[in-house]
Design a protein around this ligand. Sequence first.
Ligand code: ATP
Ligand code: MN
Length: 462
Amino acid sequence: MKRIKIKELLSSKDFGASVKAEGWVRTKRGNKSINFIALNDGSTINNIQVVVDVANFDENILKDITTGSCVSVIGKLTESQGQGQSVEIQAEKIKLYGTADAETYPLQKKGHTLEFLREIAHLRPRTNTFGAVLRIRHAMAFAIHKYFNDRGFFYLHTPIITGSDCEGAGAMFRVSTLDPKNPPLNEDGAIDYSLDFFGKETSLTVSGQLEGELGAMALGEVYTFGPTFRAENSNTPRHLAEFWMIEPEVAFNDIHDNMDLAEDFLQSLVKYALENCKDDLEFLQKMYDAELIERLKFVVENKFVRLPYTEAIDILMKSEQKFEFPVSWGVDLQSEHERFLVEKHFKKPVILTDYPKDIKAFYMKQNEDGKTVRAMDVLFPRIGEIIGGSQREENYEKLIARIREMHIPEKDIWWYLETRKYGTAPHSGFGLGFERLILFVTGMLNIRDVIPFPRTPKSADF
Ligand code: ATP
Ligand code: MN
């Protein structure tokens, strides 16, 4: 007999039919004559109730059906008498696939803290919270591919191992097969990477953008969606050492087109979540964040504010707010500043543009003023920066001058520079941190709780 997913059973009207459900026991309650098993198979946050007439079953099996155990149930689908549930299964056959010792099973009781659940990352997907987060995460990944596919963008697979360390987005993890205890040395006593696997120093990528630009100069509109790695020692609720990033890159777009794309993209994704993840969002709202759905709707329904960095600095300096990090023209904004602008001042998502060139990457298009570049960061309530992007410098002379000014080794990016030599074109793009999006959509507060297996400093256990 074929198993039917619980999500499907719960919306079925096929009363009287014989059905098979399989899943993990969330709770079992009842008395000597009748037991009620709440069964969940991950297809939905909702459990199906299995009604067990004790007289018809072997006591020893029923005894072992405890929270966390895995069972297969065949029975009659019936309209539920109880409140809240519309259907239930009157059990006829039960097979116990696996027990879960009630003495030791860590999820025997409800109500664990998120901190505790991080220590059992191998089991936490079985909780309601992580089930909801992981289903939403899947839905958002799907919505991202759908958004771009519907608009004629091509998914470009950029490399994970990179030979250039000029991406400038952060400290990198080295990739090497040399023996760390006994690496080959050159005449100066330094490690001789010419003998390493790739014949040179290599690292894990911090961004797919530079390669994305190569794609855009051929296919027009591309995006990457892959893992990125940053070895910064920043233990914050918004940083991971391994995270996923979505980076669209579009030929012929200027910074205004780029902002339009970023705004429409974010709004479409949040809208998709509201339309397709209702049960999970309602659960998270009830458990963690009473304003969640309201906040999501607010982002979909309101235009984002667009504002130059210089004006933002003005607002911050004139505000009465006490900041931990002082503000003046030229400083990089901290998340406290970003959140003040979004949550207190404008009360709307904000796109800041035209940042000082000294705090931004070498490839951003230089403005006429000689001081700022055509950068754009999208700032979100509760998150701060969710997207960072820019119009790219397409002028070879200006780009190479900036590269020299910043002492970036030209030999590492000769291939990137050739896009400006051969058929250069105005173009723009941005990077959306996937986990920051999931933080926003789920209302969770710590980035470690929106990725199945978080990698952070001193932590890569699972
Ligand atoms: P931040 O200032 O918040 O550290 P950044 O300016 O270094 O971010 P970018 O290089 O602009 O980040 O990367 C693009 C996007 O990737 C960011 O807007 C953010 O959403 C996300 N992101 C960056 N670093 C991380 C990280 N360590 N963990 C998770 N997401 C990140
Ligand atoms: Mn950024």
